[in-house]
Unconditional design. Structure first.
Length: 410
């Protein structure tokens, strides 16, 4: 992975956000973490321990998405997933926090068994995860329900892998958890698988415990060894020696065949591994394409909604524009009417002023002629009365034409 440092920086940034947000990430960022871990898993570098560390520190949701993605796309072999799980188990080094691994392990088991089907039965690590979960199921009602869900989700196929390497404590935990969940195994949907598992690993479904079964087997073996050898037993020993010679020959031939077979397989694998790497990369790209298509579809929906909103806004804008144009048209019409009104008023005022001027001219022209007669005459009582009459006529002429000359002297 050429950009390993960049991937680490992204994961660290997401982890810091995860811690600051009370150990939570939204769906999109959960998928981002899982995608980066899948990329690290199938890279050519030995990053399995780093993947395990990241799985241990992020939430169970991240673990679920990681195992779902990598198993649905089938871009990793069961052997590769076993290596990741082995490193994952090593990260559980604090007993006070072991309970937080139960749900994570359950997601891992469920995804691998449901997506890899029969191929998952070759896993060497799934039995350890099952026994780990069972150990907590015996002690807690919460984890008992989780173990029960795991049995149902896998249709009981968790009892089909090889548990030979699991120690007695782990096997007893599984058996005790089974009995807590199914007091009567015959009524369980996967009762046959449980019974076969119990028989294979020394448990009696009739009620014998593992220790009682082992003790019974040991006592039986002792009684057989204490029997005296008979003539028939000696003949049997001779036959056994011949059988041993044949067996050794068979084993030798089988070994040679196995070596040749291993060489052929190694040669084929040397050709397949590079191709498989490219296939894995293609599958990863395919898985990412599926995620991208979902994101694109989501963005297209948002874009469509935005376009609809934009179209609505545009329609509203067009309506407003039409309203504005109508108002402007009305304003122009009102302006023209007002202009015409002003023009009419102006003409009327002009005519009125002209009429007043005409009336005043006529009135004052006669008065002016009267005034000229007395302008240079001597002062006398008769002249005074005549001039007084002229002045009164001036004021009456002003009054008739609507001219206010009195002001505040009314």
């Amino acid at each position: 992975m050429n950009n390993f440092k960049e991937v680490q920086e992204k994961l660290n940034a997401l982890y810091n956000e995860y811690k600051q947000n009370k150990s939570q990430l939204n769906n999109e960022k959960t998928r981002d973490v899982a995608r980066l871990l899948v990329e690290m898993t199938i890279s050519e570098e030995n990053l399995k321990s780093e993947v395990a560390v990241q799985l241990s520190r992020f939430s169970a949701d991240v673990v679920k998405v990681y195992f779902d993605n990598i198993t649905k796309a089938k871009i990793a072999s069961v052997d590769l997933l076993d290596k990741v799980i082995k490193e994952f188990i090593k990260t559980d080094n604090n007993k006070s926090k072991s309970q937080y691994f139960v749900q994570k392990y359950a997601f891992a088991v469920s995804s691998i068994m449901n997506n890899y089907k029969d191929e998952s039965l070759t896993s060497t690590q799934l039995p350890y995860l099952v026994s780990f979960i069972a150990g907590f199921a015996v002690k807690s009602e919460k984890f008992k329900k989780m173990f029960y869900s795991l049995i149902n989700e896998t249709s009981g196929r968790i009892f089909m892998p090889d548990y030979s390497d699991v120690d007695n404590n782990g096997l007893n935990d599984i058996w005790n958890a089974i009995n807590k969940i199914f007091p009567d195994i015959t009524k369980a949907k996967c009762g046959t698988l449980i019974a076969e598992w119990a028989k294979k690993y020394g448990f009696e479904t009739a009620g014998f415990t593992a220790s009682e079964t082992a003790e019974k087997s040991a006592n039986s073996q002792t009684s057989i060894d204490e029997k005296p050898a008979s003539v028939s037993d000696k003949k049997a020993d001779k036959t056994s020696l011949n059988d041993m010679t044949l067996k050794e020959l068979y084993i030798g031939l089988k070994g040679d065949i196995a070596n040749d077979r291993a060489a052929v397989i190694a040669a084929v694998e040397s050709l397949i591994v590079p191709i498989q790497g490219e296939i894995n990369k293609c599958r990863l790209v395919g898985a990412e394409n599926v995620s991208l298509k979902a994101i694109i579809a989501e963005q297209e929906e948002k874009l469509q909604a935005a376009n609809q909103s934009l179209a609505t806004v545009k329609t509203e804008k067009d309506d407003l524009k039409k309203q504005i144009e109508a108002l402007e048209s009305n304003n122009a019409e009102l302006y023209n009417k007002l202009k015409d009104a002003y023009a009419i008023n102006s003409r009327e005022a002009s005519l009125e002023a002209e009429k007043i001027r005409f009336n005043l001219k006529n009135a004052f022209s006669l008065l002016y002629e009267d005034w000229l007669e007395y302008e240079n005459s001597d002062v006398s009582e008769i002249n005074y009365e005549s001039l007084q009459a002229i002045i009164k006529k001036v004021f009456r002429a002003l009054d008739r034409n609507g001219i206010d000359y009195k002001g505040n002297n009314k």
